[in-house]
Design a protein around this ligand. Structure first.
Ligand code: SPD
Length: 278
């Protein structure tokens, strides 16, 4: 018997998926982690009642989280991922032949466990270039004494629960500390439509820490309102400075992203252009 799973957003909106079975349901020290089988989106990872990723639409989100940074950074050899426990971001990073080492810091072992067991196509868990650390990404960027990273990617939840501390100046300062001087930081920066204030707050906090901040936009069918934002930040990052060889190496593996898409996503909608200029 099919049932409905509803994500309720700030008591204002409800987005529902019909599901046939619940494959995983565990409470970790941080959050409730579920995997459900849905009729329209395939398997879906849900954290604290919020849809995180689905078999059917994950390529939009993960390709857009990863490739714009990986092709605009001057080098893309050492990459740090904070969060990303389902493995989709890591797999896209590891598709880049230039990558020599990926450190992934995910706070919740159950997200990794659930994804490995029930969304096995998402990650590249056995790649020898991947160092998976179960731990606090906020503490890692504040304290770790390691060589600088060429690219840092934040693939977190919304700013609730363990994800809350990933949306502020202290965390962004930690990221800057981990980055090479000319490195690139990429993060998901929430819905520019549904929660405009949060999107603007993220942009302003980033601008206090990084000289250059470039939001970009794309589809995310699983997330409320369907349009999502990401942001590149860094000391020198230029979205137009795409490394053609690196881009050409991953384009055949992509379902959505390519260099033409990349040229368009950084265009600012007119109202946002005015709001960001204030
Ligand atoms: N509203 C949900 C936002 C979730 C963003 N991160 C999803 C993680 C997918 N790897």
């Amino acid at each position: 018997m099919a049932d409905w799973y509803d994500e309720v957003y700030q008591d204002q909106e409800r987005y529902g998926l019909r599901f046939t079975q619940r494959l995983y349901d565990q409470q970790s020290p941080y959050q409730r982690v579920e995997v459900i089988d849905t009729t329209s989106m395939g398997r879906v990872l849900v954290i604290d009642g919020v849809f995180m990723t689905s078999e059917r639409d994950e390529h939009f989100y993960h390709e857009l989280t990863v490739h714009p940074a990986m092709v605009t950074a001057p080098r893309a050899r050492r990459v740090l991922i904070v969060g990303g426990g389902d493995g989709g971001t890591t797999r896209r990073v590891l598709q880049h032949p230039s990558v020599e080492q990926v450190v992934m810091v995910e706070i919740d072992a159950l997200v990794v466990e659930a994804s490995k067991a029930h969304l096995p196509g998402l990650g590249s868990w056995d790649d020898p270039r991947l160092e998976l650390r179960i731990g606090d990404g906020i503490a890692y960027v504040r304290e770790a004494e390691v060589d600088p990273f060429d690219v840092v990617i934040l693939d977190g939840t919304d700013p609730v629960g363990p994800g809350e501390g990933l949306f502020g100046r202290d965390f962004y300062r930690g990221v800057r500390r981990m980055l090479a001087d000319d490195g690139v930081f990429a993060l998901q920066s929430e819905s520019p439509f549904l929660d405009r204030q949060l999107f603007l707050d993220i942009q302003r906090a980033l601008a206090d820490v990084f000289p250059r901040v470039h939001p970009y936009f794309g589809p995310a069918p699983l997330y409320s309102a369907g349009v999502w934002s990401w942001t590149l930040a860094g000391a020198e990052v230029d979205p137009a400075a795409v490394d053609d060889a690196r881009a050409a190496a991953v384009e055949p593996s992509c379902r959505y992203w390519n260099r033409d898409i990349n040229r368009g996503i950084f265009a600012l909608p007119s109202d946002l252009r005015r709001e960001l200029a204030r």
